[in-house]
Design a protein around this ligand. Structure first.
Ligand code: FAD
Ligand code: SF4
Length: 486
């Protein structure tokens, strides 16, 4: 069997059989005990040698399942060939043809359900580590200082307002500015990046990466304005009629937290995961005392986080890092139904997070000062699948018991922020208040207004939001270049 040292960055000389014998290279990770006390990145990245060894495993399928399963169709097979040939910058350029934020997606995409889920190698062994290769390529490009900014077309004289600076807004901005339109992004918060900045913690996605991507967009000519709450500071109609934007792309995400609606949820010590993560990530409360920002004191406390998705997992791992005595994830289904990425679940377990599965809080109890002290939880069992396709959890009668809890963080989901919908009368929404937009064109019911990302689909994934942003950019460009018909 070939070992890593026998591989060179050249045309792959190995037979298909030999390639399939190479074991998957696993990425080095920070020590679980050390990392559970700091916000350092958990995954340490591939070396060039790891990268060469992993790229050598690809059998260059004629009909690559990896590309088929990638939501934005990154030409993965060609990318891997370029990596193997040693042309990392060409590989980066190839990825950027379809994916504007590869250093981000290489870190946060649920690859096991996307590209790697479609990789033929996974049928008999382990899929190619596509996410890790993508991350290597993007990091190499960034640190090489050779990131070639794309050519910007001559000015069209048209201008586009983008509302929201998450992955949907940023990728639309990048594409539109290249086509010669003036692009201004309006963001409600004081920093740019959406969930990439305020939701996903530093230990999964270092902020320097997001900021680097934003700087590139700035260099390309994208204008950013923070602390503007569209719908309050200015309405969509005012942007179009008073400020003369020719088109608006609404990419405001789904940031409104959903609560459990159980007794005691008002007690001091019960918070939404969204607020908790925003305070820690955006205001850098984790750098206390250098950064004297308000954060819920988790030190030496019993913290529970309710939910089983990425948000809940990020919150419970953050609480651990803030010094929680116990950090427990409480989820009403079993591990098999957990929507969080498999890697996050593995990392959480290594970091000492306790999992209370098939458990559901039904009441929070407090002391005479209104501070949370306990949670009443019940045990659940799974019955028939519900509308989401997952088996429905049902309470086991007589199974209630009390948990000592100082801090409870609710991470059971989010929904659409209603502000723009309520201040833009002719913008159609569905019964959950998400904006209705055409799947192909991202056009809404209001002329000149497009929408995409989580504000249309509900909470989804970074890569899907980015794909929607790019689709919107193409559609807005067509609209601005045509006769204006709608
Ligand atoms: P967002 O990223 O939500 O950005 C919307 C932006 O619009 C925000 O900055 C918001 O402040 C701004 N905004 C809202 N209203 C207004 C207004 N009225 N005026 C001006 N600005 C406004 N996906 C993955 O693929 N992998 C993961 O590992 C992953 N982890 C996640 C972890 C957490 C904690 C969360 C919350 C989500 C996670 N997701 C993950 C989901 C992913 O982040 C989202 O699907 C994606 O960010 C949606 O992008 P978006 O651009 O539509 O919206
Ligand atoms: Fe390579 Fe796997 Fe894609 Fe085939 S499916 S081209 S082996 S990455």
């Amino acid at each position: 069997m070939p070992d890593k040292d026998s591989l060179s960055l050249a045309k792959n000389p190995l037979s298909l059989k030999d390639r399939m014998k190479i074991p998957r290279t696993h990425m080095a990770e920070a020590d679980p005990v050390e990392r559970s006390r700091s916000f350092q990145e958990v995954n340490l990245g591939f070396s060039i040698l790891d990268t060469a060894a992993e790229a050598a495993r690809c059998i260059e399928c004629a009909k690559p399942g990896c590309v088929r399963e990638c939501p934005v169709g990154v030409k993965i097979r060609e990318v891997v060939e370029l990596i193997y040939a040693g042309d990392i910058l060409a590989a980066a350029a190839k990825i950027r043809e379809d994916n504007a934020l590869p250093a981000v997606t290489g870190r946060v995409c649920p690859q096991e359900h996307q590209c790697e889920g479609g990789c033929v190698l996974g049928k008999k062994g382990e899929a190619l580590a596509i996410g890790n290769l993508e991350r290597f390529v993007a990091d190499y490009e960034r640190t090489s200082g050779q990131l070639g900014l794309p050519t910007i077309a001559p000015s069209t004289g048209k201008s586009v307002a983008i509302v929201g600076s998450g992955p949907a807004g940023l990728s639309a901005a990048g594409d539109l500015v290249q086509k010669g339109h003036r692009v201004r992004v309006f963001e409600a918060l004081h920093e740019i990046g959406g969930v990439l900045l305020y939701g996903i913690p530093e230990f999964r996605l270092p902020k320097v990466i997001v900021k680097g991507e934003v700087e590139n967009l700035r260099k390309m000519g994208v204008e950013f304005e923070t602390n503007v709450v569209v719908g309050k500071s200015v309405t969509i109609d005012e942007l179009m009629h008073d400020e003369h934007y020719d088109a608006v792309f609404v990419a405001t995400g789904a940031g409104l937290p959903v609560f459990l609606n159980i007794p005691g949820e008002h007690l001091n010590g019960v918070y939404s995961a969204n607020e908790f993560l925003t305070r820690v990530n955006l205001m850098r409360a984790y750098q206390f005392p250098e950064n004297d920002q308000p954060v819920y004191d988790c030190r030496d406390k019993n913290v529970i986080v309710v939910g089983g998705g990425n948000t809940a997992m990020d919150a419970v791992r953050t609480a651990r890092r803030l010094g929680a005595r116990t950090a427990t994830l409480v989820y009403r289904r079993s591990a098999a139904e957990m929507p969080a990425r498999a890697e996050e679940v593995k990392h959480a377990r290594e970091e000492g997070i306790e999992f209370r599965l098939l458990t559901n809080p039904v009441e929070f109890l407090g002391d005479e000062k209104g501070r949370l002290t306990q949670a009443r939880v019940v045990q659940m069992e799974l019955s028939e699948p519900d509308a989401s396709g997952r088996r429905r959890p049902v309470e086991i009668q007589g199974s209630a018991n009390l948990l000592p809890v100082d801090v409870a963080i609710i991470g059971v989901g989010t929904t659409a922020n209603p502000l723009i919908q309520s201040t833009t009368p002719d913008l159609a929404t569905n019964k959950w208040n998400y904006i209705v937009a055409d799947e192909k064109t991202t056009r809404t019911s209001k002329r000149g207004v497009f929408a995409g990302g989580d504000i249309v689909t509900g909470g989804a994934r970074v890569i899907l939001a980015m794909g929607a942003g790019r689709k919107a950019a193409a559609s807005i460009h067509d609209y601005l270049s045509g006769d204006g018909s709608w």
